[in-house]
Design a protein around this ligand. Structure first.
Ligand code: F6R
Length: 620
């Protein structure tokens, strides 16, 4: 997730771009850059780190060097390539005539890079994005599309695979920006004698309230007087004009009342982006410079270390990895790990999961694991942070910056990333046939669409929460992979609503916790799919009956078509059908809503910043 801005008009464009980037910084702050098209062609400035670093750079070279009325800008959340000056956007083509900014992932970049290198073009960065700049310059300089900016841009866009937003400028066409989106966001702002582009409307809301929404696969050509929308094949297309009725603060939250709510709705993209690029030629792939196939083959046990929600994602991974890979997986709260003297050796894979990459407990666990000779693979959302830096390898989640303190989209992205690791292990060790892995991958790829459906539970959960009345405590029950979901649901409620909540394996209830059940106590039950291993399903239905018989009120999460649970649910929230192992990616969603709604009912209006909590816990 990166922030993108563009402007064509009559004013000096640099200050407009810098202001717009400030509004986009929530989308990434690994680096920032601008490219202005002026009388002398393209001039650009970029720098690693926050926008303030770019401002320093502009001050060093002088604003005058970046004069012009057309600009593109970018604030980066690093995916391919570290957060360095070279990897910052914009990228300029070999002939200096084209500049591009990019959000998303170009999945076939390796092939494109090879092609460019064969042509003698030297790439300056490690990014997938840079290829687009050179391809456009090539298409503009030679062949059928020579001299035609629009035809050259379409030619390049049709060669790219993946999800992307791209903005192109060309020195010979100083009054134009050509932009495209495939799945990732792009908004057009319509001013008087000026036009804007942004990853969201916050980029231009202080200049205009008139905006245009583009379809998923759209190209837009803008100049100061207007815009034209095209399909990727060059035929005409329509956008949806609308008037923005948010103020700036609301716009930054995408119209939601909190960052957390916005982030919950970003979960389909977080999972989609995390999966992107990890399936090629019928095989699961880890990132370049990750663990080798031989290393993956050599592991005979896995230890997962993580804290809080990240720990819960790891617990889900335990079920998946043991099932797919048939090696033991132990999971340990990171703060306990090194004090327990766990038995590790060079055949142990330690999976260290952390959104921030800075959590002290997890970092210390990583250091301890390395001293014992284990190999550490970090699953992390923050490029260049300490945990991936000290690990042997890293698999990045692509959830984008998570601003709400309580983890939502990062958690779902962690589950997805952990499953990628599980499949890579199964593939390397041959514990699953290729067609079985392909089938699981297909199920994973269907998940973002199913999360969209799970998000439809928003209003229903809100209505339920209003009927719950005063709650003293709440229990969450699950079995199998439903247990980590129960723990995550309980943690969200504690964090946001300040209510005592506990998650249990449903079968454990009768060994003690059932004593807590009293009249009207709300109990959340996550029900596994009745398809597949239905043994667990019937067991949990019995558990629901046990608690109902003692007066509890049940909030049941079950998949579409599961009619067996209907008689036992006071409230029934449906999620799409999916193999049970994938349920954490769906059933967590209504529980996030539930926690946010009960928090509000209890008077905690600022769910983005729950009391006593910090987003990144850098002390042990
Ligand atoms: C819960 C939450 C925390 C974090 C935990 C680990 O909503 O956000 O429990 O999951 O502090 O943080 P990271 O993933 O940054 O290591």
């Amino acid at each position: 997730m990166c922030g993108i801005v563009g402007y064509v008009g009559q004013k000096q464009s640099l200050p407009i771009a810098v202001e717009a980037l400030r509004r986009m910084e929530y989308r990434g702050y690994d680096s920032a850059g601008v490219a202005v098209v002026g009388e002398n062609g393209i001039a650009s400035a970029k720098r690693a780190g926050k926008l303030a670093n770019l401002e320093d750079k502009i001050a060093e070279i002088g604003e005058g060097t970046l004069a012009g009325t057309t600009v593109i800008g970018h604030t980066r959340w690093a995916t391919h390539g570290r957060p360095t000056d070279e990897n910052a956007h914009p990228h300029v083509s070999f002939d200096g005539k084209v500049a591009i900014v990019h959000n998303g992932i170009i999945e076939n970049f390796a092939v494109l890079r090879e092609e460019l290198e064969r042509d003698g073009i030297e790439l300056k960065s490690e990014t997938d994005s840079e290829t687009a700049a050179h391809l456009l310059a090539k298409a503009y300089n030679d062949g059928d599309t020579a001299g035609d900016f629009r035809a050259s841009a379409l030619n390049v866009l049709n060669r790219l695979e993946g999800a992307f937003t791209l903005l192109f400028v060309h020195a010979n066409h100083p009054d134009q920006i050509i932009a495209a989106r495939r799945s990732t966001p792009l908004m057009v702002g319509v001013g008087e004698g000026e036009m804007f582009l942004g990853s969201d409307v916050a980029a231009f809301i202080e200049h205009t309230k008139q905006a245009v929404e583009l379809g998923h696969d759209s190209v837009v050509v803008i100049n100061k007087d207007g815009y034209e929308i095209l399909n990727f094949d060059g035929s005409g297309a329509e956008g949806k004009p609308f008037t923005i009725d948010w103020d700036l603060e609301a716009a930054e939250k995408g119209g939601y009342d909190s960052f957390m709510m916005k982030e919950i709705f970003e979960q389909p993209a977080a999972v989609r982006d995390t999966l992107a690029g990890h399936w090629a030629d019928g095989r699961v792939t880890l990132d370049e410079n990750s663990l080798t196939v031989d290393q993956l083959k050599s592991f005979n046990q896995v230890f997962v270390v993580a804290c809080g929600s990240a720990y819960h994602s790891g617990l889900a991974a335990k079920y998946a990895i043991e099932h797919w890979v048939r090696i033991p997986v132990q999971i340990e709260v990171a703060s306990e790990f090194r004090y327990r003297d766990p038995v590790l050796d060079e055949r142990t894979l330690v999976l260290a999961i952390s959104q921030s990459g800075e959590t002290a407990d997890t970092l210390e666990a990583v250091r301890h694991a390395k001293t014992q000779g284990a190999k550490v693979l970090a699953v992390c959302n923050t490029n260049g942070s300490q945990i991936p830096r000290e690990s042997d390898a890293v698999l990045y989640t692509h959830a984008g910056p998570e601003i709400g303190v309580a983890s939502t989209k990062a958690f779902l992205a962690q589950v997805a990333a952990n499953y990628i690791v599980g499949l890579a292990l199964a593939q390397a060790k041959g514990t699953k046939y290729p067609d079985e892995i392909a089938e699981i991958w297909r199920e994973l790829e269907a998940i973002p669409g199913k999360i969209e459906q799970a998000l439809d539970s928003r209003d229903q959960v809100n209505e339920i929460s209003e009927t719950l009345g005063a709650i003293k405590t709440m229990l969450f029950l699950g079995r199998g992979v439903g247990f980590p979901i129960a723990l995550e649901g309980a943690l969200k409620l504690k964090e946001l609503a300040y209510i005592h909540a506990e998650g249990f394996p449903a079968g454990e209830l009768k060994h003690g916790p059932i004593a807590l059940i009293e009249e009207d106590l709300p109990v959340v039950v996550i029900v596994p799919s009745p398809r597949g291993v239905s043994q667990l399903h019937s067991k949990i239905v019995s558990n629901i009956q046990e608690i109902r018989a003692r007066g509890a009120k049940t909030f049941v999460i079950a998949e579409e078509g599961d009619t067996a649970v209907e008689p036992y649910a006071n409230w029934l929230v449906r999620i799409p059908q999916t193999p049970t192992i994938m349920q954490p990616l769906l059933a967590t969603v209504p529980l996030q809503f539930l926690a946010a709604d009960i928090a509000r009912e209890n008077g905690n209006e600022d769910i983005d910043k729950p009391r006593n909590l910090a987003k990144s816990v850098t002390v042990e």
